[in-house]
Design a protein. Structure first.
Length: 198
């Protein structure tokens, strides 16, 4: 029988990975709906596992919240390459920013976690590489746009990230959907070649 150094069989590893995935998916829903104080017992129940299994994977509430957020960010970042496969670079960038907008709007309950990850320079957050992954996705979109001659060369990913954070703060207020869409359009217009004096 094939085992890991800790004695887990392949079947055991697969079960553990599946349970972890179920917990992350349940946590994303719970934190988005109820905030960081969402019931851990309810998360475990909705994932179909016991509370002990949750604590074996995630010893603290913060560890679960950050892991869930990191998991969701990875899916968001992967969307950049997927969009570039079917859309023009500037359109792909616009769609990705729209994805980001929708993503943020479903994460109101995790706002404290998101704010810390995007703005806190402490090593604990930096070690998650979330900001770096998001910046890498933006850089990929921008580089394809500049190579195609549709996105300005004088804008880097860090500037776009700052604009995204600004958009997040704006949309967290009383911004109406059509106003949020207009904000995204203005951002894209500012990035396109031939706009804003380029």
């Amino acid at each position: 029988m094939n085992t890991t150094p800790t004695g887990l069989t392949r079947h055991g590893r697969a079960d553990a990975q599946r349970n972890r995935q179920l917990l992350l998916d349940a946590a994303l829903v719970a934190f988005a709906q109820h905030g960081i104080d969402a019931s851990l017992e309810a998360i475990a129940r909705n994932a179909g596992v016991g509370i002990g299994t949750l604590y074996r994977h995630f010893p603290t509430r913060e560890a679960l919240a950050l892991a869930a957020y990191q998991h969701d960010v990875e899916r968001l970042c992967e969307a950049a390459d997927e969009l570039l496969q079917t859309l023009a670079p500037d359109v792909a960038l616009r769609e990705w920013l729209a994805h980001f907008s929708g993503y943020i709007n479903t994460k109101r309950g995790m706002s404290d976690v998101i704010r810390a990850v995007l703005t806190d320079p402490q090593p604990y957050y930096a070690g998650l590489n979330i900001r770096e992954r998001m910046q890498s996705a933006v850089k990929t979109l921008l580089s394809h746009g500049t190579a195609a001659g549709v996105i300005r060369h004088d804008i880097d990913a860090e500037v776009v990230m700052l604009a995204m954070i600004g958009y997040w703060y704006a949309s967290a207020g009383q911004t109406k959907p059509h106003q949020a869409t207009r904000l995204l359009d203005l951002l894209i217009d500012g990035l396109r070649v031939g706009k804003q004096g380029s």
